[in-house]
Write a protein that binds this ligand. Structure first.
Ligand code: UGA
Length: 440
């Protein structure tokens, strides 16, 4: 009989994982403690913007016409306990308020609830990003006869469906052969298609996740540090990135200089990693991450200074600033720790009249930063602007017509905080185009 799978926590990770498991042919039950989320998902709607996810849900959610009916959602722990052979825990682990450490309260609560209902012989699989050592501790909370495995997730927002169905690796931390066997069954399709299956112990599996994100953060801050040097020396960081990226030991990806990384993962993961290393007495090993964080945060301030300079160098008071982009990256509506929104906010707090436009992030941006100005289109945001800041590299912005915008802007200056626009096109249309880390 095919395994029955539950997914606990239906945020980005959980909703995508649940839909992907149904796509792989399993019967799936998703649980969330927020009833509104369960109502939405049960109707085939996704509480966030993620390309392809709504289509995948509609294909499988029970009750939707033409669906496989393999995917259902509930708020009942009893139902989850009775249903599942394998329970994936996908709840979030945000940064603690006012601290670097990660907040484990959602994970702890999920394990406590699950422990009360899980069937003997079932397998519990942690997917949340947790401090190393958590799996060892959480295993103690589960009743006798219930095994734990740790199976970190590497999906990127905006590519969540593809990354889950075709992962570039599957990492499982296990203690026994039974857990490994069960997970090989769960992931038989992607493994059959070539995804490497890496079996390891609990601490290594937990560390693979945090070290991967730390490496990615390091790559971005490295190129941003080079951007700072290029700015001082008159070099071109985009050319530099292209040239070093040809060395396949370095690789071309994640070398886009600009206003740096944000989102719900990279910033909080490197901080939680430093905090955990401190607890383990290994803080020296990760002091470099403090520098990675500081380079990253500095970029936001540098963007603000670039804008100030473009406006004549003194004050933002009374000046109109158009901001294109609010989300932490394109193809997402996520504004968590968004560099774009942070830059917009800093200028607003210094007296600038900021008008933001984002293709998908307006609702979330308005919620977290209601005092900024918002426009319904790029054209409206740019109307009357003294300077335009391009802060999230949506395709829509690359496809803008610079001539059309030139006709409504008060002053034709555009600053590219993502090194993603075609500078020549903008210059030809009469704009002063400047990008971070590149010569003027
Ligand atoms: C990141 C990792 O890439 C995933 O592998 C991981 O699973 C996920 O965190 C997680 O821990 O859940 P994500 O936060 O969706 O995924 O976003 P990324 O694509 O990694 O981008 C992060 C930030 O870095 C964005 O703000 C992006 O604009 C910035 N970035 C990325 C750059 O500034 N330059 C680059 O060259 C690449």
């Amino acid at each position: 009989m095919a395994l029955k799978i539950t997914v606990i926590g239906t945020g980005y990770l959980g909703a995508t994982h649940a839909a992907a498991m149904a796509e792989l042919g399993f019967e799936v039950l998703g649980l969330d403690v927020v009833p509104e989320k369960i109502e939405m998902l049960s109707a085939g709607r996704v509480p966030m913007y993620e390309p392809g996810l709504e289509e995948l849900l509609a294909k499988h959610v029970a009750g939707i016409e033409g669906s496989s009916g393999r995917l259902r959602f509930t708020t009942s722990w009893e139902e989850v306990g009775a249903f599942g052979d394998v329970h994936f825990v996908c709840v979030n682990t945000p940064q603690k308020h006012g601290e670097y450490a990660c907040d484990m309260s959602y994970v702890d609560a999920a394990f406590a609830s699950l422990a009360g209902v899980v069937r003997e012989g079932a397998l519990v699989v942690g997917k949340s990003t947790v401090p190393v050592g958590s799996a060892e501790r959480l295993a103690q909370l589960l009743p006798e006869g219930v095994e734990l495995a740790w199976n970190p997730e590497f999906l990127r927002e905006g590519f969540a469906v593809n990354d889950t169905l075709h992962p570039d690796r599957i990492v499982v931390g296990v203690r026994g052969e039974r857990a490994e066997k069960t997970l090989r069954e769960v992931y038989a399709v992607p493994v059959g298609e070539g995804s490497p299956f890496v079996v390891t112990d609990f601490p290594t599996a937990e560390l693979v996740k945090t070290s991967a994100n730390s490496f990615l953060a390091t790559k971005i801050s490295f190129i941003n540090a080079m951007a700072e040097v290029c700015e001082a020396a008159g070099g071109d960081v985009a050319k530099l990135a292209e040239a070093i990226g040809h060395d396949d030991r370095i690789g071309a990806k994640f070398l886009r200089a600009g206003i740096g990384f944000g989102g719900g993962c990279l910033p909080k993961d490197i901080r939680a990693f430093m905090a955990r290393a401190g607890e383990l007495g290994a803080d020296q090993a990760l002091t470099f991450l403090r520098e990675i964080d500081s380079i990253n945060m500095r970029r936001r301030g540098q963007m603000v200074e670039m804008a100030r300079e473009a406006l004549g160098g003194s004050t933002f008071l009374g000046r109109r600033v158009a901001v294109l982009g609010a989300t932490f990256k394109p193809d997402s509506d996520d504004v968590r720790d968004s560099p774009a929104l942070n830059v917009a906010g800093q200028i607003h707090l210094q007296g600038g009249q900021v008008t933001v436009y984002d293709p998908k992030g307006m609702e979330n941006a308005r919620r977290v930063f209601p005092t900024l100005g918002y426009a319904d289109s790029a054209l409206e945001a740019v109307r009357g602007a003294d300077v335009v800041l391009h802060l999230t590299e949506w395709r829509e912005f690359r496809e803008l017509d610079p001539a059309e915008l030139a006709a409504v802007a008060s002053s034709r200056v555009i600053l590219d905080g993502r090194n993603a626009l075609d500078g020549e096109r903008w210059r030809t249309a009469g704009w002063t185009y400047r990008a971070m880390g590149r010569p003027t």
